[in-house]
Design a protein around this ligand. Sequence first.
Ligand code: PLP
Length: 235
Amino acid sequence: MSIQEHVNAVREKIAAAAKAAGRDPGEITLCAATKVQTDDTIREAIAAGITVCGENRVQELTAHLEANAYEGAQVHFIGHLQTNKVNKVVGKVDLIHSVDSERLLRAIDHQADKLGLVQDVLLEVNVAGEESKGGCTPDEARELAQLAQSLEHVRLRGLMAIPPIALNPGDNIPYFSAMKKLFVDIKGKMAHNQDDMDCLSMGMSGDYEDAIAQGATLVRVGTALFGPRPPMGKQ
Ligand SMILES: *Cc1c(COP(=O)(O)O)cnc(C)c1O
């Protein structure tokens, strides 16, 4: 199948999952997870209707930006971000999904201040409490949300989560549902700028329909659009 056919198939499934949940399919953004893909593959995906590309690694982001590969689409940073690399990401992407510490949040605010802009961010929550993964605890997310409100150069847009790989359909529903509750709770407690909180980023190739059923507004899909990637380690 071509990328166009994959994009069409994923969009149909997104629409069906949204309708089944009584939601408007237009509320859900499809973000193409483009890690390890070439400039040409990214261009092909954008020509096939992809409007948001999600990049994991700073090095790949920089190379694709230099090649103008994302032209016509938004770019989101969805991978782990080290504090010493914020200058390569802030102001260059529309949304950073992976803010999980006070140090990182302050570093992003500082860099955005230097550039004279406001950077949109999500807080990444380690919803299953996995030791090997980035992301903060739900309680830390509540605190970081309050801090974000007091910083002038970041705009908190919502939350992101990467639950474990689902072994069986439905396995991650409890995690997605917990994220939705946390999202509503944090949004409700924002003293101002509540309306900025419009993004709940969760769901990947194996479970995006379940994520949509639980309230995801953005799904990050790689394999279902581009086919299998080379084994981990290279990433
Ligand atoms: C790779 C990746 C995805 C997409 O994963 P697939 O299972 O290939 O759809 C989504 N989110 C993040 C953060 C990723 O690193």
